[in-house]
Structures are given as C-alpha cells and as structure tokens.
Design a protein around this ligand. Structure first.
Ligand code: HTL
Ligand code: MG
Length: 633
C-alpha cells in the first residue's frame, strides 16, 4: 500500500504524479476489497467506481466543489480518499460510518442519500444556488444506469437541459442495477456501447477521445455545428436531444483517460454528460462474475471468498406464496421496482415471466402500472420495500386508494433495517397507509399468517397492504392455496390472557411480548395483526377488563398501531391507561436492529423492565426478595 499510505485527504492525492494514478487505483481497489471482507457492504458498486473516484478527486477540490453521488453506495473509495480510511471498517456498524454519503458525516459529502435518482435534481439546485451567488465551483453528479431509470432523474434531466447550468454529469454505466438493468434507455445505451466499441476499438486512445470532445469545446461556426449534428452519432442521442451535451461512451477504468476528459469537459459551459462504461465488481474476479451476489456483500474470507448462505427469509416465504397464488389464478401479476432478489422474486420471475414485471427504479410507475392492471380486472401484487413505497405515495393515494382498486402491496423490510440505516428504515408505512380510504393494512406473525393474508386480500378486494420485516423466519410446509389458513379479516388474536394488562403486539413484537411476560399471569399478549380494519370489539373488551394496555411496534410511534388504538379508545371514552411503544420521532441511524428495539423500549428485555416498573411484574420469590435486601459488599 505504498501509495495509498501517503494519501489521507484529496490534497495528498493531488501530490501524486499522474503516472502513479493507475497503481494508486489498484491499491485503493485492494483496500476496498480488504475492508469489505471484514465488514460486508456495497462491494461491487464501489469497485466499479474506483477510477472515477480517483479521477474526480485528483481534479476537483471536493471540499469546495460538490461531488453528488447518486444512491451513495459506490462511495467506499470516496470515503477512503476523504479522511475516513481509518474508520472504514466501522461502515454500516452501530456508531460507525454510514453506508452511503451523509452531509453530517463529512464536509466532502455533498448530499445525504440512500434512495436512488436524486443526484441530478439536487445538483441542479446546487448549480442554481452557485450561479445566483456568483460562485464558480464545479458540481459533478455521478449517476448509475440503474438510478437513471428513475422518473426523478429523467425529469431532472429534462429541467437541466432547459435551464442549462454548468454541470458535469457522469453516467456510470455498468449495465446493472442490482440485477440486470431494464428499460428502453438501457437498450439504447447498450447500442451506443456496441457502436463505439466496434467502430473505435483500435483507436480508443487519447487522440480518439480528444476527437470526441474537441468539436464540442470548439463550437465556432454554424457550419461546424451543422456538420457535427450531421456526422456525430451523439447528436441523435436522447441526452443530447434533451439539451445536455453528450460525450462517450468511454472506458471508465482508464483513469488517465478519464482525467483527461474530465479536465476538458470541466471548462465547458452548460450541462455535459460523460458516459463511462464500467464493470460492476471490477478487479475482483468473483464479483465481476456475479455482481448480483456481490452487490450487497456479507463479510467474507479473503482466501476463500464466498458469500454466506442466508437462512430462510420473509422474502423467500413471499416469493413462494406468490408462485402458488399465480399458479392458482392466472390474473395474478407481480411488479417489482428493481428489487427482484431482495423481494424474493427470482424463482417467481422464472416460473411466471409473463406475469412478472421489473419497472426499474421507478416505484411510482410500479404503483400505477398496478392500478392499470387492476382497472382491467387483473390482480397485481406490487412487491416493494417499505422505504421505497414512499416514492410512490401520491400514486398510492391518487391512482389506487381513491379508485378502491384491487392492488396488493407486498411490503418488505417493514421496520428497522440495520446496516442500510436512516434512508432505508421502513417505519412509516402503517401511518401513511392506514389513513387512506379503502385500505387494509396487516402484518403477519409468521409465514402461515402471511399466506393467509395474501390469499384473503384477493377475496376481500380493494387496496391491501401486507407488511413484513427484513430478515429470517421459520419455514412452513408447502401447501396448496386451498389449504392455507383461513384468517378472519381484521381479527386480532389473544395469545395469552392477562389479569391486569395486555401487550398489543404486531409482527416481530409478538414474540418479544410473549418472551417478556413468560410466567407472568398479570400481563397478556395479543397479536394485533391488523391495524386496519382494527379489531375494535376485542380492543374495547380488553380495555374494559385491563388496567393498562401497552402497544409495541417496530414502526414510528406516531401514526402506527399505538395511534390507531388510541383513536379507538378515545372515541369510546375508555378510561384504560394506554402506553405506546415504538420508534420515536427521530431519524434512526444504522445499527443493530435488536439492540435498537431494546433502546426504543419494545425489545423483550425492555418490555419486561417496563412491566416491572409499572408494578405488573411477577412477585419475586422469597429467595429473590431475601437476596435483594442483603447489603452489597
Ligand atoms: N429504489 C430507490 C428509490 N432507491 C434505492 N436505493 C433502491 C430502490 C435500491 N437500490 C440500491 S442500489 C440499486 C438499487 C435499485 C441499484 C442502483 O443501480 P445503479 O448503480 O446502476 O445506479 P450500481 O449499483 O453501481 O450499478 C440500494 O438501496 C443501495
Ligand atoms: Mg449500474
């Protein structure tokens, strides 16, 4: 690590000679691999962006200039070069570096991010601010081909081409989103690559590249412009047509060439897109060979690099259920916004390719495609992470809820998510869905309930949200749909009776509650599996019997189960004491999910303590009481 050890900040990098940069990039790549082997994380994307990262930091002054990384998952190299190398092995860990860029973490991070497709709009805003204040710093947005499938990115591009601020856009095209990228633009970019790679393969040198940009820099005469439009294939290109100068595609792993191009583009007025072609996982054979597996990696052994197999996940259970449902009913569709693997849909996509659609990173489109299908009598399931459904909220209200359409929302990663942190927490969906007309909102306790809720959703009709957490669950025997549990819609279940109090739990907190009150006859546990419709008669009967009700949920305490319960109790003028436990009104950083549940007061230990505090614990045995009064030495 001879060169890397000399660099802790961008100014150190600038002291290296250009000729050192390829070797420096190799060292940076090794360091990313080493750290990811310890911590896991977004390995493949960060490897693909190594040369770009080096070139941008060699050229720009990232403290003053703004590098706006889209998603921010490709920034391990950027973090290493901006004073965070010594902390990189804390990435995504409790109290450690965030997995994405965050303005609170570093002055070199231009944007707090984690959701895709925001970079171009944010960069446009920054450019407007810069120009309004007469400043002259550079702004570079780096956006992946996956992130470019998002409507937000395309709409921002439309605006950028209209306003034409001085802005550098680097399109980092590895032909991959998390899975293979989708969409017409993706096909077009592939076509551009083929054209250039075939035509110019022998001249992919500095001279050839200069031929790409120089006519652009020198827009002298009208004739020249016209000639350029005529001869330059880029002039037929959609980015160009939208008013954004287009340069490329070029090899994104040639750091010297990248630097050369960026240096010249930087001087140009108006917006310029540099289309670079990269390989996801570049430089690490196994990651190049399987960039999907190595997109979000677990830690691994450098000498024997394999990805740890996952236990049975909630998403697996959903994927299997979707296959069974689609077999039983040929009007079932599953729509994913770019999350085939994460949503457990690999097998479904192979079994029912004709009723599977990946719309790209376009949650709004996913929801409204669902609405369109439902309007024509089909039965769409929009499989979506809680956090990403936020992107399609207007569509949920305007296109689905208002029309009372039969769209099922299969909501994954509901609750706190661990390493991905603040941007990916799935803690608002119950609040924002249960207030909408026609909606049902449910959360299963186990796979049997999950299946039942999906099956029943199809019978009940209207928009239905079924949500489940990130992580593992118990496998249930594979049964035909007819044999799936018949759950009464909107019903809660008393799992344990209590003499004085009840814990009203949902999803993962059901097991927490059972654990917390084991051997305690005073406190009962209810599986409050529907927040809407809510089991009002059971709730009011519990309220009339108990002194205290405690809701416990892995969801924002504002607006979730506790709020729904409070509304019913208030309307019925119930005098019962209600304690609401859940995620407080704050931005919750990455962390260990179980520890965070305890910190927020709804983990099993915290629940037990709370019950003790309320004087609802089990009376201590004579022996324990005796011990408690002994003096402490
Ligand atoms: N939807 C939204 C709005 N944001 C995110 N971040 C996702 C889904 C999930 N997601 C990622 S990274 C990623 C997706 C879909 C692929 C991005 O592809 P791109 O970059 O081509 O832009 P690449 O990985 O380098 O190829 C995360 O949540 C981290
Ligand atoms: Mg990509």
């Amino acid at each position: 690590m001879a060169l890397l050890d000399k660099v802790s900040l961008p100014e150190d990098l600038k002291r290296l000679s250009r000729n050192d940069l390829p070797a420096f990039a190799r060292e940076l790549r090794s360091e990313i691999i080493r750290v990811c082997s310890l911590t896991g994380g977004h390995l493949a994307s960060s490897l693909g962006a190594v040369e770009l990262t080096v070139a941008l930091h060699y050229l720009l002054d990232a403290r003053r200039d703004r590098i706006v990384w889209d998603v921010g998952h490709q920034t391990y190299g950027h973090k290493i070069l901006t004073g965070r190398r010594h902390l990189l092995d804390t990435i995504r860990k409790p109290g450690g570096l965030a997995g994405f860029t965050a303005t609170s973490e570093s002055e070199y991070d231009a944007l707090t991010v984690g959701h895709a497709s925001t970079s171009l709009a944010a960069a446009l805003g920054m450019a407007l601010a810069r120009d309004a204040r007469g400043d002259d710093y550079d702004i570079a947005a780096v956006i992946g081909d996956g992130a470019l499938t998002g409507g937000m990115a395309l709409a921002a591009l439309n605006q950028i081409g209209h306003v034409k601020p001085r802005l550098l856009i680097v399109l980092n095209d590895n032909e991959m989103s998390i899975s293979e990228n989708v969409g017409a633009l993706n096909h077009y970019m592939g076509h551009l690559q083929v054209q250039r790679w075939f035509q110019k393969a022998e001249t992919r040198s500095k001279e050839a590249l200069s031929g790409i940009w120089e006519p652009l820099a020198d827009l002298g005469s009208r004739a020249k412009k016209a000639a350029r439009r005529f001869f330059d294939p880029a002039s037929a290109n959609p980015f160009h047509a939208m008013g954004v100068r287009y340069v490329g595609p070029v090899d994104g792993h040639d750091v010297i060439e990248l630097l050369y191009l960026l240096e010249h583009i930087r001087k140009l007025d108006g917006p310029t897109m540099l289309h670079i072609v990269t390989t996801k996982g570049k430089g690490y054979g196994i990651a190049e060979a399987d960039p999907i597996l190595w997109h979000g990696a677990t830690g691994f052994d450098l000498d024997n690099p394999v990805q740890a197999g996952k236990s049975y996940q909630w998403s697996d259970a959903f994927g299997e259920a979707a296959i069974r449902l689609a077999e039983a009913d040929d009007r079932i569709w599953v729509i994913t916004p770019a999350m085939r693997e994460g949503s457990g849909l690999v097998e479904y996509s192979q079994c029912h390719p004709e009723r599977y659609i990946d719309v790209g990173i376009a949650e709004d489109v996913a929801v409204t495609v669902g609405a369109g299908l439902a309007l024509r009598g089909e039965k769409p399931i929009v499989a979506i992470y809680s956090t990403f459904l936020q992107r399609g909220y207007d569509q949920v209200i305007h296109d689905v809820s208002m029309e009372n359409l039969d769209v099922i929302f299969a909501i994954d990663r509901a609750g706190l998510v661990g390493g991905d942190g603040a941007t990916h927490q799935g803690i608002y969906d119950m609040a924002f869905l249960r207030i909408l007309p026609h909606f049902s909102v449910a959360m299963p306790r186990d796979v049997l309930e999950l299946r039942s809720m999906l099956k029943k959703a199809l019978l009940i009709g209207g928009p239905v949200a079924v949500r489940w957490p990130r992580g593992g669950t118990e496998r249930a025997p594979d049964l035909p749909v007819d044999a799936w549990l018949d759950l009464e819609w909107g019903s809660w279940e008393v799992l344990k009776e209590g003499e004085d109090a009840y814990l009203l739990c949902i999803g993962p907190t059901v097991e927490y509650g059972l654990e917390a009150v084991q051997g305690n006859p005073r406190v009962g546990v209810v599986n409050a599996r529907f927040v809407k419709p809510l089991d009002e008669s059971l709730l009011l009967s519990l309220a009339s019997r108990a002194k205290v009700l405690i809701t416990a949920e892995d969801h924002a305490v504002a607006g979730g189960l506790g709020s729904a319960v409070a509304e019913v109790l208030q309307d019925a003028a119930s005098p019962v004491r209600l304690i609401r436990l859940g995620v407080p009104n704050m931005t919750v950083p990455h962390g260990d999910v179980k520890a965070q549940h305890e910190d927020f007061g709804f983990g099993p230990r915290a629940l037990r303590d709370r019950i003790e505090e309320l004087g609802l614990g089990v009376a201590p045995t004579a022996q324990e009481a005796d011990r408690a009064t002994q003096p402490v030495h």
